[in-house]
Design a protein around this ligand. Structure first.
Ligand SMILES: [Cu+2]
Length: 133
């Protein structure tokens, strides 16, 4: 047993497969259906991810929240590289915001900010996500 442990610890590091950057990303993990994100007053729930998990490329999401009478905007931002990406159409219903053609151009840590304007009040809800490259 002791010999086996010694042999194991002497294994060179380069024989270990590279870990995913998202496994070492402390700010966010992969999004999971059912995850919730909190603004000042709003709670946003991930209802659907297509594809699931989120990919580099085109994504379609459904977000659950009380959006009755609200206007919505979504912005994508990669803070480590100081760039965004293109976000397609948003469809706002009373209890959902559907996002189509959310294009994430590369793997890594992204910040998606959902901005809801309801009556005179504007509120941001941050959705952080790590996308596997
Ligand atoms: Cu980037």
């Amino acid at each position: 047993m002791i010999i086996a442990l010694l042999a194991c610890t002497s294994t060179p590091d380069d024989s270990v497969p590279a870990t995913s950057p998202c496994e070492e990303e402390a700010r966010a993990s992969a999004l999971v259906v059912g995850d919730t994100f909190q603004g000042d007053t709003l709670t946003v729930e991930i209802l659907e991810l297509s594809p699931d998990p989120v990919i580099v490329g085109e994504n379609t999401w459904a977000l659950g929240l009380d959006a009755s009478g609200c206007q919505a905007a979504l912005a994508s931002w990669m803070p480590d590289h100081q760039h965004g990406s293109t976000v397609g159409e948003l469809t706002v219903t009373a209890d959902q915001v559907q996002v189509s053609d959310l294009f994430l151009s590369m793997g890594g840590y992204w910040e998606l900010t959902l901005t809801l304007t309801c009556a005179e009040v504007t509120e941001d809800v941050l959705i952080p996500v790590c996308v596997e490259p």
